[in-house]
Design a protein around this ligand. Sequence first.
Ligand code: PRP
Length: 207
Amino acid sequence: MINVALPKGRLSDEVFALLEKSGYKGASLAKNSRSLILEDEENGIRYFLVKPSDVHVYVLHGAADIGVVGKDTLLEATPDVYELLDLRLGVCDMIVAGPQGFVDPGDSPLRVATKFPNIARKYYGEKGREIQLIALNGSIELAPLVGLSDVVVDIVQTGGTLKANNLAILETILPISARLIANIASYKFKAKEIERMKLALAGEVPG
Ligand code: PRP
């Protein structure tokens, strides 16, 4: 049996569709279920449905052998796990956004609101720009609108949230997509099962 941590929410449908295409029971298992554990007995797989930003925690501690997680979360949390495969799902960008036409005056520390403090610190550290970090958990785009920050470091997918709030992309930090990760010990002891799943998924990742 291998245990697989999957992200609930936005990425979920895409991941289940990829599993289904790769020969696993994906969407059909998830349908009409509120259970947080889904069993695919035929293939010897148990899925855990977890908050996207918690997937790596289950994998790091071995509760899950493998998992699907956004590169944004991996860069932020830097968990000691193997990154096996770029699934090319949940494609988006990590960006700096702010009011249209915003120009950094550069005199005082730039106030940066974000759910990704480590990524933001690293990005501005490399640029040599001093910042004041404002760590938030969501609705990041609100911060510059109400004077809590000058800019945000966040992910943009459709651009809909920025547009609806009259914000613009000022800089692109890096592209993001979902990755297959593995627990280090599991990868050793369940190598065959994990490799089988990795290869099946790899054959179906979008081009
Ligand atoms: C994410 C992100 C942006 C939004 C971008 O937030 O932080 O707010 O999605 O997506 P878009 O470009 O398609 O509009 P999420 O939906 O995860 O909600 P949150 O505010 O709770 O972080």
